[in-house]
Design a protein around this ligand. Structure first.
Ligand code: SF4
Length: 738
């Protein structure tokens, strides 16, 4: 729409971790248009199909606008006071009867920063419970443990600009064209200006990204560990490592599990990491000959030598990028470590265009879950509950006795839902996510949630499968219906003002938490004034970051800017961390300093991590690989995008990609219904031969956006033992004509 009366204001996109800058047009308190924000320094006016559809996600015809309480098996309308009083009473009763380990809150990388902060403070400082988790555990936990174990600090050192500056972009199992389309657009634009730029696509199927790649390498599922070690083997054998960089900035370590970065129970880990020498590392790599790795991965020896050649060439700027393919992996932490190894060995890190970059899936998985610390073992700013000094800092800022903060980590996501099943947790609040569609091996957790004696609160915008499990449903205000802040993949914290009125009856998620806390007698933890609480909460949270190298901009600085990338010192953002002249925490003369890794003297760690096979592999009974991923038009379980008519028309329902020869052998025609079965469950859906992606023989693939098809009844819930992130990407299945 054009014409008089439209007011334009900045906001980030509501969907993915790129956090594109959007200009939002409103008229009389309603969002009537969006356009790309060409003043946005990161995304420069570009949006994808989801971004352009943002206004429609606010106006689906079935918005929840009234609290609901389950009575006689049915959800019936209630007032806010009735609903909030009931939630507060049930939390209080559970605490009194069973203690802090029986309550839980499960949020999201779509939580705004103040939502996640209110949740963590209410739980840790108010109730002494660490059962605070978010669905980012399911997508980014391995990235967190990868960063922590290699660099001693979470989140990337590089920046979006490096995508344009690199000579070689290696995509490790990352369908960037669909999952992060605006970033991929920037890659292609830079390739147009520099045709010598090379894009390498390592993947288990052909995707739209493969179509633009110079080299598409089809690898066997889980063979990425062997490939990375195989590249390192060639680099070491050829002496193509940066000895000076290694001598100044790297230590070598061995140890399979590494204690303390993810899981709660230290007793599970017997092997403390041990220092190793370069010679021991070289000996460890001996088995990863090109011939052995070729056999494991399906790549040719020539392809492995080409990959090693890119890292070996001192003139080339090489950037690695990954997302869920590496993180949703039974050895996700190791795989993150192994990619860093290649960049650390060759010094191709912390330089414009040379870096290793883990991209985030959700809009504030970084800014909220990772930075605020909405994982069961964490506190804000990379601190952990197990550390007494960290607890003391948190207690001082929160103005509570330090004894209030429980030193025992809570349950990670998968364990949290197992605890709900067992009855160890009986009172749970779920906000901004749809776990009874999105959890792996989901039927197991759906059964647990339906057991007697469980009390489940769900805050959401629309009815979902998960609201069907609720005892109380609370209607939420979303996106620009409230003031908020997100932190994107580029370490950019972005503020927006409230630009539209929420439907009458909807409240922000953080304010819902504050109202319940107040009813429990914990109101002193939180600001009282609806008009100013977002600023007050954020400024309190910011205190955790000041002076740590993760310093956030002030609320007023962020309000004025198109986001700022931390560390922000005196209003100046940082494009590249650990680099003299860019990162204010690196001293003059140091050049590069991994200063957050104090335990290793400011050096990064090259880890000796072996290749290990997948948790489940095809066999005679379940002969096919079942792989999952995202699709351009839809967001997660589709609760928003399936209410956008144009996106829904473009992709109206889920389907299974299958190779025509495999389908022929099963007697299945293109478009025919098939039943996919694993050891855990089954789903029936149509199949397609010529979809956007193309699977190799022996593999089928699907996406989980269609909540009417329970894809996750099939997936497995085995986890990376360090990060506790499940491996959604691969399991064994059988397919039959339905
Ligand atoms: Fe939104 Fe991501 Fe698309 Fe950008 S790339 S418009 S952040 S969904």
């Amino acid at each position: 729409p054009r014409g008089p009366g439209i007011r334009w204001a900045k906001a980030p996109c509501r969907f993915c971790g790129v956090g594109c800058g959007v200009m939002v047009g409103t008229r009389q308190g309603r969002v009537v248009a969006v356009k790309g924000d060409d003043q946005h320094p990161g995304t420069k006016g570009l949006l994808c199909a989801k971004g352009y559809s943002l206004p429609a996600i606010l106006t689906g015809g079935d918005r929840l606008t009234t609290p609901l309480i389950r009575k006689g098996g049915k959800l019936v309308k209630a007032t806010w006071d009735e609903a909030l009083d009931l939630v507060a009473r049930r939390f209080k009763e559970t605490l009194a009867a069973k203690g802090p380990e029986a309550v839980a809150i499960y949020g999201s990388g779509q939580w705004m920063i103040t939502d996640g902060y209110a949740a963590t403070k209410w739980f840790r400082a108010g109730m002494g419970s660490n059962n605070v988790e978010a669905n980012a555990r399911l997508c980014m936990a391995s990235a967190v443990t990868g960063f922590m174990s290699t660099f001693g600090s979470d989140e990337p050192m590089g920046c979006f600009e490096d995508l344009a500056l690199c000579d070689v972009l290696i995509l490790w199992g990352n369908n960037m064209a669909e999952a992060h389309p605006v970033l991929f657009g920037q890659v292609l634009e830079s390739k147009g200006a520099n045709p010598a730029k090379r894009i390498v696509d390592l993947a288990t199927r052909r995707t739209p990204t493969s179509d633009f790649a110079d080299t598409h390498l089809l690898m066997a599922p889980q063979s990425d560990l062997a490939i990375a070690n195989g590249i390192a083997h060639l680099l070491v054998k050829k002496g193509a490592v940066d000895k000076d960089f290694i001598a100044r900035h790297v230590v070598f370590k061995r140890g399979k599990e590494q204690i303390g970065y993810g899981l709660a129970d230290k007793s599970k880990f017997a092997d403390e990491p041990k220092k190793a020498t370069f010679e021991e590392y070289a000996a460890f790599l001996e088995t990863y000959t090109p011939e052995h790795v070729a056999k494991v991965s399906g790549l040719s020896v020539a392809a492995l030598e080409q990959l090693a050649g890119y890292f070996a060439d001192p003139k080339l700027k090489v950037m690695s990028v990954w997302c869920m393919g590496v993180n949703q992996h039974s050895r996700g932490t190791w795989m993150n470590n192994l990619i860093y190894n290649l960049h650390l060995l060759t010094g191709k890190i912390c330089k414009p265009g040379s870096t290793a970059y883990s991209i985030t899936g959700q809009p504030s998985a970084c800014g909220t879950v990772r930075e605020v610390g909405d994982l069961a073992h964490r506190l804000p700013a990379d601190m952990v509950v197990m550390n007494p000094e960290h607890r003391a800092i948190a207690a001082r800022i929160w103005k509570v006795p330090v004894e209030r903060i429980n030193p025992k980590p809570g349950h990670h996501t998968v364990e949290m839902f197992r605890a709900l099943d067992r009855g160890d947790i009986t009172c749970m609040w779920i906000q901004v996510t749809n776990p009874f569609v999105s959890l792996p091996n989901v039927e197991r957790y759906r059964k647990g949630a339906r057991k007697d004696g469980r009390f489940i609160v769900v805050s959401d915008v629309y009815p979902t499968v998960t609201t069907d499990f609720a005892d109380v449903v609370l209607p939420s205000a979303m996106w620009v219906e409230r003031e908020g802040l997100f932190g994107n993949s580029d370490r950019r914290t972005q503020h927006w003002d409230q630009l539209a009125e929420p439907p009458k009856g909807c409240l922000p998620d953080d304010w819902q938490i504050i109202e319940v806390a107040r009813r429990m007698g914990l109101g002193d933890l939180f600001p009282k004034d609806r008009a100013t609480y977002v600023k007050e909460l954020f400024e309190e949270y910011r205190q955790f970051t000041v002076g740590t190298g993760k310093d956030l901009g002030t609320f007023e600085e962020l309000k004025a800017a198109r986001g700022l990338r931390w560390p922000v010192v005196k209003g100046r953002e940082t494009a590249r961390r650990y680099v003299e002249g860019e990162d204010p925490f690196v001293k003059a003369g140091e050049g590069v300093s991994f200063y957050k890794n104090k335990a290793d003297g400011g050096r990064a760690v090259v880890w000796l991590r072996p290749w290990e096979g997948p948790a489940e592999v095809p066999d005679a009974e379940y002969p096919l690989w079942f792989c999952t991923g995202r699709m351009l038009e839809h967001w997660h379980t589709g609760t928003m995008t399936r209410r956008v008519p144009q996106l829904n028309r473009a992709q109206p329902g889920g389907f299974l990609e299958i190779h025509p020869e495999d389908a022929k052998a099963l007697g299945v025609a293109d478009g025919g219904q098939v039943k996919v079965t694993s050891r855990r469950g089954s789903v029936t859906l149509p199949c397609r031969f010529a979809a956007r992606g193309k699977v190799p023989r022996g593999t089928v693939y699907t996406s989980f956006f269609d909540e009417s098809q329970l894809i996750n009844a099939v997936t497995q819930d085995s986890i990376c033992p360090i990060s506790a992130e499940p491996d959604y990407k691969k399991c064994a299945c059988r397919v039959e004509k339905a």
